[in-house]
Write a protein of this length. Structure first.
Length: 571
């Protein structure tokens, strides 16, 4: 076959290969087309002039194939360039010679494609001397896992980047971040990592604080180091000046941490002292000593102050020696210390306290009753005229606690007068006042050891026997009372008092007619208090049936005169 024939055959094969078919009908240009196709087939780049000619002749498919063919010519170069980049990116030693067909590049390409590298592949890299590459791959895997764990989804870098990688490793190992790392993280968009860091930082600071507090309060020997344990919040409360609750105190006692219990006790007392100074206007006083004189006085005020329910609870927990009643001396001490306002408050509270102590209900003017109650507290004798006047004006109950206290002081006064002077006339006065003070046993004791043979005055004997008989009557020893009354009549038959006593004894026995007869004899001898005695009998009778009986007797006898008795039937 001639050269021309071979050339034509070659041209036809090239036309078929590059899909130039029957659409091309310009034989005069075959030579130019043949040259272009020969260049392409030999791997020689086609020029712009040649491409323009192909476009002009609408050989678009041929152009497409030529473009692809020329791309293939460059493929090896591109692949080698990519392998070079992979070597640099994954720390392949520069002096290590690796052919393009080496499996090392396959592993690197897997890695860059985001695929997992297997252990055998890592071993192969090690065998090829790619130790740094293996280390990098392990760091990449570690970086990936850390980003997953701490939800750093917006970082798409495969190769570990700094400072993020270092920060995530420190978060994972609970190591402390440097100041620059912390600043970088807090300014980043990694919210989950920020939250974990802040939480860890809080925990770290708490652990450091816990250790310092244990050292400060000398409880380093306690084994618990956890900030979630019981001791840490207790120490924080103590250190911040907050008192502990009962459960925490019991826990400390169970752990034998008595020093902490005492610290809490001291703190609690300091807080109480501070509150009391504020409450009772004593903040200007220089005394800051817990359990000092000011503390004791303020506690007494609070102990007697019904308006401070919250403080009363705290005061009630103080040692027993502080639970004392406020006194006049305490108020004088406040005045002497220049705490006039505190003294005024204390005086008002003291007055209310004494009212409660002496069971006085309702309004009561300070004057004269505060002075009266102060005298009673001082065990001083009251002015009898003043007390009698107040009772008559019904400003003071005849049988109230103030009156009873008055009678007790009177009884004590007359007993002392007897001991001082030897005058036996003080004895019936003492006995009568003990009776009014609801102390019949004491009243009886006054007249118990009298040497009757040495009592020459008949009127004194009668008075002593009457008060002794009245006391027996108080004790419901009516036979002994009658015996005393009869002896008194023998010694002084014209004195009305023993007759009044006999009338009362008969009423106590239910012998109302006999009682009226004795009362009549008493009136004949000058008595003017028989009605008062009858009222006292009705009032003091505890047995309801017996009281009803005497009231009915009185109303049947004179309904108008004894109208007052009807009110007792309603009780």
């Amino acid at each position: 076959m001639s050269n021309s024939e071979l050339q034509q055959k070659h041209f036809n094969e090239l036309r078929l290969k590059y899909q130039q078919g029957d659409q091309y009908k310009k034989p005069t240009s075959d030579k130019f087309l043949y040259m272009i196709l020969r260049k392409v087939d030999l791997g020689i780049y086609v020029t712009d002039i040649e491409f323009q000619w192909l476009k002009k002749n609408e050989l678009f498919k041929t152009i497409e194939i030529i473009n692809f063919h020329q791309y293939q010519i460059e493929e090896k170069q591109r692949l080698e360039s990519e392998f070079l980049e992979l070597r640099n990116e994954y720390n392949i030693p520069k002096d290590l010679e690796i052919s393009t067909s080496s499996p090392v590049y396959s592993i690197l390409y897997k890695l860059s494609s985001g695929l997992t590298v297997t252990d055998p592949e890592l071993k192969l890299l090690t065998q090829h001397g790619c130790t740094e590459t293996v280390n990098l791959i392990q760091n990449i895997n570690d970086f990936f896992n850390l980003k997953q764990k701490y939800k750093v989804s917006n970082n798409t870098n495969q190769i570990p980047t700094e400072p993020l990688y270092s920060i995530l490793k420190k978060l994972n190992s609970r190591d402390e971040l440097t100041e620059s790392e912390a600043t970088w993280l807090l300014k980043s968009e990694h919210k989950e990592a920020q939250s974990i860091y802040q939480q860890r930082e809080t925990e770290r600071k708490s652990i450091v604080e816990f250790a310092k507090l244990k050292s400060k309060y000398q409880v380093e020997s306690y084994p618990d180091k956890s900030i979630t344990g019981r001791l840490y919040p207790i120490l924080k409360n103590i250190d911040s000046g907050q008192t502990l609750n009962l459960e925490d105190r019991k826990w400390l006692q169970s752990k034998k941490m008595h020093t902490l219990v005492q610290l809490d006790e001291d703190l609690k007392n300091k807080n109480i002292f501070s509150k009391l100074k504020e409450l009772y206007k004593a903040t200007t006083h220089s005394d800051i000593k817990v359990f000092g004189e000011l503390f004791k006085v303020l506690v007494k005020i609070a102990f007697c102050d019904p308006s401070t329910s919250n403080m009363s609870v705290e005061v009630a927990l103080l040692p027993e020696q502080f639970k004392c009643d406020l006194s006049e001396q305490d108020i004088k001490w406040l005045i002497s210390e220049g705490l006039t306002e505190s003294a005024n408050i204390a005086q008002q509270i003291h007055f209310k306290f004494l009212k409660s102590k002496y069971q006085i209900i309702g309004q009561l003017p300070v004057d004269p009753f505060y002075g009266i109650m102060l005298k009673i507290e001082r065990e001083e004798r009251l002015d009898p005229k003043q007390v009698v006047q107040l009772i008559e004006e019904e400003r003071l109950s005849r049988h109230g606690k103030i009156a009873i206290a008055y009678y007790r002081l009177e009884a004590i006064f007359y007993e002392k007068e007897y001991q001082r002077t030897g005058n036996r006339w003080n004895l019936p006065s003492a006995s009568a006042n003990w009776r009014k003070a609801d102390k019949p046993e004491q009243a009886l004791k006054v007249t118990e050891n009298i040497n009757w043979g040495k009592v020459k005055e008949t009127d004194l004997k009668s008075a002593l026997l009457v008060t002794r008989g009245a006391t027996f009557r108080d004790l419901v020893k009516l036979d002994e009372a009658e015996n005393c009354a009869n002896q008194a009549i023998e010694h002084q038959p014209n004195n009305h008092q023993p007759y009044t006593l006999m009338g009362a004894i008969c009423y106590d026995r239910g012998q109302y007619v006999d009682g009226d007869r004795w009362f009549s004899m008493a009136i004949e001898r000058g008595a003017d208090d028989t009605d008062d005695e009858i009222k006292r009998i009705v009032r003091m009778t505890k047995d309801k049936e017996k009281r009803r009986e005497v009231i009915e007797y009185l109303l049947n006898k004179d309904k108008k005169l004894y109208a007052w008795a009807a009110s007792y039937l309603k009780e």
